[in-house]
Design a protein around this ligand. Structure first.
Ligand code: NAD
Ligand code: DAU
Length: 347
């Protein structure tokens, strides 16, 4: 199979590239990535296999995309602006890449006769899950952040390309990923990289928001299953059933890093913050025989160990522009910061 992966210099895309090269000895991968702040060639430094080629380009650049898609059998589309907080500061790039970029890619893929297009969407398109409920693929979508709305735009567009043109699209909606190579603006690597330096850990609001955490390699095996066994025009939820509050996750990580809970610092909440994400993944289990294999205990330990032994990667990918962004974000929130003395066992 000649595969094009978009966004393969980012967190999930680069892990997927490694997964495919290891699992499918006859596949070639063309990796189309713009290398924004969150995409970096250092992330692919260990990928030496000649079946993988890197093409720098924007998914919204029609010519570049047409060129990259020549002879392609299938696409797994990861490229996106992916961070909710950034979308709250300015959603322009989110609309450009996630909506218009996806439209450009869909059109080019349709004209190039691509036989399978997997759109990597997100559970955030459903909005916040009420207590006791889990979203199925039939649930209404109700995105709450500009990021989620832009992903919902891409998701609906892909659905429409199947309905209108019978273009063979499959949509996946996965929960919160963690694992190696995740940009340290996201919660898990942010905690690790700040805790190591003894810096405070910003906890938004009361820290009782719930996320369902999945190891990135479990997400990759789900995407592999969808790519090979999924049905055209279908949506597949990919969840792990690992619901934890942000405080619980932060405490577990601090324990693994060997730091005290006193680093936890409550800051102003994220506007429009979704309280809970929860997915019903029965369809993927029944149709694809897929299920997550990595326990949160093992996955978090492996992830913490990876970050602790890859501080050079963190240093290289966190450029000056990122540090400026982070200071802006954090200083704003810190102005309403309440330092809370955490007591053992307090949630
Ligand atoms: P990431 O930010 O780590 O990586 C995104 C990659 O896309 C980067 O390499 C970046 O350079 C590239 N990119 C951005 N704009 C581009 C453009 N215009 N043209 C070409 N390349 C571009 O993101 P991630 O966490 O790896 O997420 C990958 C995908 O998975 C996204 O579509 C995201 O919405 C989805 N997703 C993420 C999670 C999660 O927990 N991280 C969960 C579910 C779904
Ligand atoms: O659910 C899937 C989504 O998961 C993906 O679609 C997104 O691309 C990905 O970024 C992630 O979105 P979240 O907003 O859930 O992830 P983030 O790591 O930004 O935050 C996780 C939770 O932790 C969330 O409730 C906000 C909170 N948080 C985050 C940061 C960065 C904090 O309390 N403090 C922080 O400093």
């Amino acid at each position: 199979m000649k595969l094009v992966v978009t966004g393969g210099a980012g967190f999930i895309g680069s892990n997927f590239v490694r997964h495919v090269l290891a699992r499918h000895p006859r596949y070639t991968i063309r990796n189309l990535d713009k290398l924004t702040y969150s995409g970096n060639l250092h992330t692919l430094q260990d990928v030496k296999d000649r079946r993988h080629t890197f093409v720098r380009g924007d998914i919204g650049d029609r010519r570049r995309v047409q060129e990259a898609l020549k002879g392609t059998d299938a696409i797994v589309h990861f490229a996106a602006e992916s961070h909710v907080d950034r979308s709250i500061l300015d959603s322009t790039a989110f609309i450009k890449t996630n909506v218009l970029g996806t439209q450009c890619l869909l059109d080019a893929a349709r004209h190039a006769g691509v036989k399978r297009f997997v759109l990597v969407s997100t559970d955030e398109v459903y909005g916040s899950a009420p207590t006791g409920e889990k979203f199925t693929e039939e649930s209404l979508i109700a995105p709450n952040s500009p990021y989620a709305a832009s992903k919902a735009g891409a998701d609906l567009l892909a659905r429409a390309y199947f309905r209108t043109y019978r273009f063979p699209v499959i949509i996946t909606r996965c929960t919160n990923n963690y694992g190696p190579y995740q940009y340290p603006e996201k919660f898990v690597p942010l905690i690790i990289s700040r805790a190591v330096k003894g810096e405070s850990i910003p906890v938004y609001g009361d820290g009782l928001q719930i996320r369902d955490w999945i190891h990135v390699m479990d997400h990759c095996s789900g995407l592999d299953a969808v790519l090979h066994q999924g049905r055209d025009g279908e949506i597949y939820n990919l969840g792990a059933g690992n619901e934890w509050t942000n405080l619980e996750i932060a405490r577990r990580i601090l324990q693994l890093v060997g730091k005290s809970d006193s680093l936890l610092t409550y800051v102003q909440d994220r506007p429009g913050h979704d309280r809970r994400y929860a997915l019903n993944s029965d369809k993927a289990e029944k149709e694809l025989g897929w299920g997550p294999q990595i326990t949160l205990e093992d996955g978090l330990k492996q992830t913490v160990d990876w970050y602790l032994s890859n501080d050079e990667w963190i240093r290289r990918v966190t450029a000056r522009t990122y540090r400026a962004y982070y200071r802006q974000q954090y200083d704003q929130r810190a102005s309403t910061m309440k330092k809370v003395l955490t007591r053992g066992g307090k949630k």
